[in-house]
Design a protein around this ligand. Structure first.
Ligand SMILES: NC(=O)c1ccc[n+]([C@@H]2O[C@H](COP(=O)([O-])OP(=O)(O)OC[C@H]3O[C@@H](n4cnc5c(N)ncnc54)[C@H](OP(=O)(O)O)[C@@H]3O)[C@@H](O)[C@H]2O)c1
Length: 245
């Protein structure tokens, strides 16, 4: 399937990988972006038909309002939903100043909101033949690192949910895919890590994966990580505890 002349809902189009997805997809598709900030002027210029719905994905009322606005504005349905927005809190449970309210926020944005959006937009997706759901995941959803344990758990949950949902939607004409990213150079990883992939390159690989109909699109080092994890989960764990991701 070529991603052209489609109507696609994207979360997190104001920054990082989402911003590059918006730039790449916006030239030939109608992209509906959900984030708190509006994407930059540059992105808006490269995406003539783009629509921004200011949404706080940590707030379920805001998510419900976005779902209703999309159904109203696009009564003939949508072709795709890309759940890209996420946050990663770095403080650890052992830090004396760990803020326990961050737990609910991280789970709401990274796991609850994609699930809510999929449920709320499923009717719109099923109105279009060959529609797709793409959840942006991470190598950390396969094997966790010691920092950001809640983030890793949300990504593992998203993986498990995506597999179950794929089985539920089998035969409906709506495909469920995931893209598993390695370390990418975005505001999320500012000041840490090395060997990061450029986010515009990752955005292109995500798009190609959707067009190929990949179920799990392992990008960069994630391919190797998944293979090692299959052969030796303890080795994969040791690698992730040592590495930066
Ligand atoms: N960067 C990496 O190394 C890496 C590695 C593996 C996987 N990933 C995944 O790739 C995806 C994109 O990450 P990124 O690195 O591009 O992150 P980023 O540059 O930090 O962008 C995060 C996006 O999420 C949105 N967001 C955050 N909180 C929100 C909220 N409460 N409501 C609505 N939107 C919210 C932000 O928009 P607003 O602030 O405008 O709301 C922003 O557009 C994520 O799913 C991440 O888990 C990234």
């Amino acid at each position: 399937m070529k991603l052209e002349n489609k109507t696609i809902v994207l979360t997190g189009g104001s920054s990082g990988v989402g911003l590059d997805l918006l730039r790449a997809l916006g030239a030939s598709n109608t992209v509906i972006n959900l984030s708190r900030r509006a994407p930059s002027q540059v992105a808006a210029q490269s995406a003539p038909d783009f629509v921004h719905i200011a949404t706080d994905l940590a707030d379920q009322e805001s998510v419900t309002a976005a779902i209703e606005a999309i159904a109203k504005r696009f009564p003939d349905g949508i072709d795709g939903l890309i759940n890209c927005a996420a946050i990663q809190f770095l403080p650890q449970f052992t830090d004396p100043d760990f803020d326990s309210s961050s737990i609910a926020t991280e789970i709401a944005i990274n796991l609850t909101s994609p699930v809510r959006l999929i449920h709320g937009l499923l009717h719109s997706l099923r109105q279009r033949p060959g529609s797709f759901i793409l959840n942006v995941n991470s190598g950390l959803g396969l094997v966790p690192k010691s920092e950001s344990a809640v983030y890793c758990a949300t990504k593992a949950g998203l993986d498990n949910f995506s597999c179950g949902l794929r089985a539920q939607l089998a035969g409906t004409g709506t495909m469920v895919g995931q893209a598993f990213l390695p370390l990418v150079d975005t505001p999320m990883t500012t000041g840490r890590g090395s060997g990061k992939l450029p986010s515009h390159d990752v955005a292109q690989r995500i798009i190609r994966g959707i067009e190929r109909g990949d179920r799990d699109n392992d990008i960069g080092k994630v391919k190797l990580l998944r293979m090692i994890n299959r052969l030796s989960p303890s080795l994969a764990n040791r690698i992730m505890q040592k590495g930066e991701s």
